[in-house]
Each structure stands twice: as C-alpha cells, then as structure tokens.
Design a protein around this ligand. Structure first.
Ligand code: NDP
Ligand code: BG6
Length: 497
C-alpha cells in the first residue's frame, strides 16, 4: 500500500524515515523552561536535531532556553552536540520560575526573537520538576505570554495525587484552552506502542478473538536494568506507581483493550481510551496486598555488575520506603473483558530492559494427541515487544518432524529491524513534531489524568496510612522483583512469562 506521500516502501535509512514527513511551513519559537537539565540535553535537543537534519523544521524557528542557572548563549549552545546550523537558532535567558518580574524580561526577549525570526506561534515546554509548573504557568499569564497562538507542553508526573492534579489542571485551564495543552506521555510517541492500534484495527482476523471468550489473561511488563540513577530527588517524592503506572502502564493497557474508535485523529481515539480506563475495577483496599505488590531493590548484580541497594543510592534516605517495583492484578469490568485478569509489573534494577505485552489465549479444550494432555500444551500467545528488539510474535504449536504426533511450541516473529531496516525514531521526535503541528491526538487529555488518579489515589492513600503493613518487599537487584509478585499470579494457576 502506498503511504500518504505515494511511497510503496519506507526509505531504508535513518533520516529517510523522518524525511517522509513533509516540511513544516509554519514558523515557531520554542521556550524550554529548565533548559539546563537532563531532559533537554538527552531528549529534546537531540530530537530537534533529528527533525532539523531531516529537513522537516520550517525555515524560520528559534529555541530559547530559560532556567535559573547563570550562563550565556555560547555556554548554552556548547552543551549540545548538534548541527552548528541548528545551534545558531539557540539562545538562553535567565528566569526565576517564582518571580513575575523575570517573566517581564522574558517577554521582552521573546518579543525580540519573534520579530527577528518572524514567528507568531510560541511553544512553552515545561522541562522542570513538577513543583514549579504552577508558578511558571501563572507567571506566563501575568506576563501576557499565554496568547491564542501559544501552546504549552507539560511533562509527567501530572501532579502527585488526584487533588494536586486537579489543582494543576485548574491553573492550566485558566491560562490555556484544551487544544493548546500538550500533556506528554512519551510512550504514546513510540512506534511500537502506536503499532498496537494498527495491529488491532487494520487487521480483521484478531478482533473476533480479542475478548474474554478467547483470551485467558494479559501480562504487561515494563522492566528496566537501571536504578534510580541521578534522579533520587525526584524519585523519593514519586515512587514507581506514580512514575510508570499512572501514565505509561495505563496507556499501554488502554491501547490493548479499548474499543475501536471511529477514527484515529481527533477526539474519538482519546475518548475510547478514557472510556476504557473508566472501566477498570477499583482496587479493594481491605485486601490490597492480594492485588498490588510493592517492592524495593536491594543490593545485587545486574549485567555482571554489583550494584548498591536503593537505600544506599546517593540522595536516598537510609530508611526510605519508596517503591521501585510494583506488580498488580486488575480487572476491566465491561462486556469484552469481564473475568479476564490483567497482570502488570514494572520495576527498576530488574535483569534487563524490556517492555512487553503478552496476550495469552485459552488452552485447547481437549487434546486428541496420545500422551499429550491439553494441560501440557502451552497456549497460543501474541507478544508485542515494545522495546528493545521491537517485534510482534505469535506462539503456536507445530508438529515435530518425527514419527508420532508430538506438538512443539514455536514462535513466528515480525521484527522491525528485519523488515524495515531502520532505526526507529525516538518517541520525542514524533511528539515534538505533533506539538509543532498542533496535533493533540497522541497526548493525554484532562480526563485521562482524572481517571488514572481516581484509580490510583486510594492505593497511594492506603500505603501512606499504614506504612508498616505496606512496607515494600526488598528484592535483590538483577531479579524479577519480590517473590510476592510471583505469588500474585501463581495463586491463579498462571506464571509470569
Ligand atoms: P532536572 O532535574 O534535570 O531539572 C531540570 C531543570 O529544572 C534543572 O536543570 C534546574 O534548572 C531546574 N530545577 C531542578 N530542580 C529544581 C527545583 N527544585 N526547583 C526549581 N527548579 C529546579 O529534570 P529533568 O530534565 O530530568 O526533567 C524535567 C521534567 O521532565 C520533569 O518534570 C521530569 O519528571 C520530566 N521527565 C524527565 C525524563 C528524563 O528522562 N529526564 C523522562 C520523562 C519525564 P535551573 O536550576 O537552571 O533552574
Ligand atoms: C520515564 C520515567 O517516564 O520513563 C523513568 O520517569 C523511566 O523512570 C523512563 O526510566 C523509561 O522510559 P523508556 O522510554 O526508556 O522506556
């Protein structure tokens, strides 16, 4: 099939895949708050660089870094390893997020740049810790920078709980319209996450079996080998439930289970996603331990390297009870999924980095093969490997080529690398492009947040109200979490893949 540019195949090189986007005409300016930080250096500027190299960005655009650190334009530019032609468009200004006066100076700098580059559309990217979102938004308004043609990008976590998320939303809605607000969950920018939608809604054969009549259960794993790294300050205030489940995990779950929207673009997709999230059964707080397991990494070995316990990491309290691992079981109370358990787990310092969804089908009802009871025949499973080694696999039984009738489980794999032969674009490349184009489809809507916090808030409250009962189980680094996580699924006669 030809793509919208009339191509039959994707160009077989890294820049080529991005060149498939037509060049943007509309000039823009991007103001990055917290531009001295990690996200700007590791994700935002490299993504802009790739879009620039692929000649997608318009002729006229600028990037203004804004943060508290004192530095000049040259020092700011020297932080990035990018195209010199791109760096010419970078400048830096100092701003105190809490001080309205510095936003008046910011406005003067911005006005000047807008004139110089002939730009009307401004994007404000909040690449700062969430504590300073509110003062920045309020000060942008006071300085009159929240014009009709401006957009604002907010990074997760969106608040700390339902109350703070609502407060943040009120402040946001006072200053910007919903179409101007881009709440980023970078998992929605991953090609393999979006491909869940194509797999489900561009193929007819799977829809008939995508329900409780055929599916036994679903597992989602978001595992990382890394620990808290240099983010102790953030993580000590956040924990893994907020860091991964409130956003990435629930979004993947929604894409796997939502009803078909009438169209991808616009509100239909986002509405179906939220409808699904609303159908998740609330967790019973009385016996929460049987539904959600909390863990924290102890010392151990990951990839042959001995690593410290979480409590020994710099910046972490010696008796911290913040979780670095969560496993949970949940149900979706609707016609399609009633009775199907979903087992979700995510954690740091697990044996390897892998994000995977496994849709495990029911076992055959009766075996016709001598000496092969149906319980010994592994069920069919469809596995979406979101990262790394991006792939989709179907596990099914085949006859071993020998006398007799001996089934054997095999995997039929589609690997992106084999077929497309390109490095997949980073999620931020796609999402920044959508922000520049003003397309909110792949961003979270206000009600996404409301629903996810409504689900997780009682859990967080229960944990806080009884820290002894909910003390995280310590697991050795380099293992798949505490044994309680295994019990969670084994109690139901199943096991983690
Ligand atoms: P950083 O900790 O690097 O902070 C960014 C900048 O914010 C710093 O350079 C600093 O700039 C300023 N800052 C830091 N702490 C404070 C504080 N307590 N009060 C006021 N300003 C402060 O954060 P990241 O760049 O890692 O992340 C930015 C945002 O993106 C966060 O909301 C984070 O949750 C989110 N995010 C980050 C990811 C990542 O991979 N890094 C991934 C996904 C989301 P200065 O002192 O110069 O003002
Ligand atoms: C971020 C979390 O949102 O996602 C990090 O804050 C986590 O803790 C990261 O490491 C994982 O993202 P990815 O794209 O590397 O899977």
């Amino acid at each position: 099939m030809r793509c919208r540019l009339g191509l039959k195949e994707c160009p077989k090189n890294d820049a080529g895949i991005l060149r498939c986007f037509p060049k943007i005409e509309q000039p823009f300016g991007m103001v990055i708050f917290g531009a001295s930080g990690d996200l700007t250096k590791r994700k935002l500027v490299p993504a802009l660089n790739r879009l620039f190299e692929a000649e997608i960005l318009p002729e006229r655009f600028f990037v203004l870094g804004a943060a508290r650190t004192r530095m000049g334009d040259e020092e700011f530019r020297s932080r990035f390893n990018t195209q010199p032609d791109l760096l010419k468009r970078f400048s830096y200004t100092r701003v105190d997020y809490q001080n309205p006066d510095t936003f008046k100076s910011l406005k003067r700098v911005v006005d000047d740049l807008m004139k110089r580059f002939g730009v009307r559309n401004l994007i404000f990217y909040l690449s700062v810790p969430p504590d300073v979102y509110v003062p920045i938004i309020e000060n942008l308004s006071k300085a009159g920078l929240n014009t009709e043609t401006s957009r604002i990008v907010i990074e997760k976590p969106f608040g700390k709980d339902l109350k703070s998320a609502r407060e943040l939303e009120q402040v946001l809605q006072r200053s910007f319209g919903e179409h101007q607000i881009f709440r980023i969950d970078h998992y929605l920018g991953k090609e393999t996450v979006q491909n869940i939608l194509v797999f489900r809604f561009a193929n007819f054969i799977f829809e008939e079996i995508w329900n409780n009549k055929f599916v036994d259960h679903v597992q989602i794993t978001i595992a990382e080998g890394i620990g808290v790294e240099h983010r102790a300050g953030y993580f000590e205030n956040t924990g893994l439930l907020r860091d991964i489940f409130q956003n990435h995990m629930l979004q993947i779950l929604a894409l796997i289970t939502m009803e078909p929207p009438s169209s991808f673009n616009g509100e239909s997709f986002r509405s179906e996603r939220v409808k699904l999230l609303r159908s998740i059964r609330p967790f019973p707080v009385e016996d929460l331990e049987n539904w959600i397991v909390r863990g924290q990494y102890g010392r151990g070995t990951v990839n042959g390297r001995v690593v410290p316990a979480y409590r020994e990491e710099p910046g972490v309290s010696k008796n911290s009870s913040v979780e670095t691992f969560v496993a949970m079981k949940l149900f979706i109370d609707n016609w399609r999924w009633s009775g199907v358990p979903f087992y979700l787990r995510a954690g740091k310092r697990l044996p390897k980095k892998v994000t995977e969804v496994a849709v495990v089908f029911k076992r055959i009802p009766h075996s016709i093969f001598p000496n092969v009871p149906s319980k010994d025949l592994e069920p069919n499973t469809i596995i979406f490997t979101i990262q790394p080694n991006e792939a989709i696999s179907l596990e099914f039984q085949v006859k071993r080529p020998c006398p007799g009738m001996t089934p054997q489980l095999l995997s039929m794999d589609f690997r992106y690398e084999d077929y497309f032969g390109v490095k997949l674009p980073d999620a931020y490349e796609r999402l920044l492009l959508d922000v520049i184009l003003g397309d909110t489809t792949l961003f979270m809507r206000r009600d996404d947040l409301e629903v996810s916090w409504e689900l997780l808030d009682p859990v967080l409250k229960a944990w806080e109200s009884d820290p002894v009962r909910f003390e995280p189980h310590i697991y050795p680094s380099g293992t798949w979490g505490p044994k309680e996580a295994d019990l969670l699924i084994e109690r139901d006669g199943r096991r983690w893949r």
